[in-house]
Design a protein around this ligand. Sequence first.
Ligand code: MGP
Length: 219
Amino acid sequence: MAADGLDVMENDKQQQQQQQGEEGGKEQQDVSPDMLIKHPLQNTWTLWFFKQEGNRTWEECQMEIASFNTVEDFWALYNHIEPASRLKLGCDYSMFKQGIKPMWEDEHNCRGGRWLINLNKQQRASELDNFWLEVLLLMIGEAFDEHSDEVCGAVVNVRSKGDKIGVWTADAKKSESILKTGHILKERLNIPRHVSIGFQAHTDTMAKSGSTAKNKFTV
Ligand code: MGP
């Protein structure tokens, strides 16, 4: 998200606070209590933004934006940030369970890997935002069934050579969970059968130089 995006979020927060203050003085009895209850998510999630700046290290350029644990707060955040397709080249969004940094080094990620969806240049306009939103909804909705606990988070990389979406899981040895996660992902994103997606261990991604890391699994 550009600095403008952050400003928008900050303005919105102020407006909301002002509105809440004004409404606090009104009679509450005409509002159904159901309308006041937000819908809790199973996990708290944190959105991160990456932009390489100056001579700061890669890790220093990861910025924590906000955390949420209700459906309503997810949409409030989602609706007030730039869509991925409008980020500057080289930027990322990451959304991870709270307490997990969007980095290979985090103890929750270091033994894991990612399902990688490579998009071509045309797909930034046609698919990127839909794919990213669908991935976010799959994660916050715990839609990977009993394998949802294995999912750490997801990353979208906006790149001139082609954008990427990665869904990160905790253990590159848990083949059953990984394959199920991959199948659900492919189905929910409507990726055609003849197009395969690959899963790579983070240790392989770290070690690669220039070339692409080898796939441990494909669906
Ligand atoms: P990238 O941003 O994941 O992909 O990694 P990009 O820009 O498409 O580059 P490519 O190498 O995949 O073609 C770019 C670089 O960011 C990596 O080579 C690392 O130097 C750094 N980097 C990326 N990740 C995900 C990490 C991480 O988790 N930890 C650290 N320390 N560096 C990372």
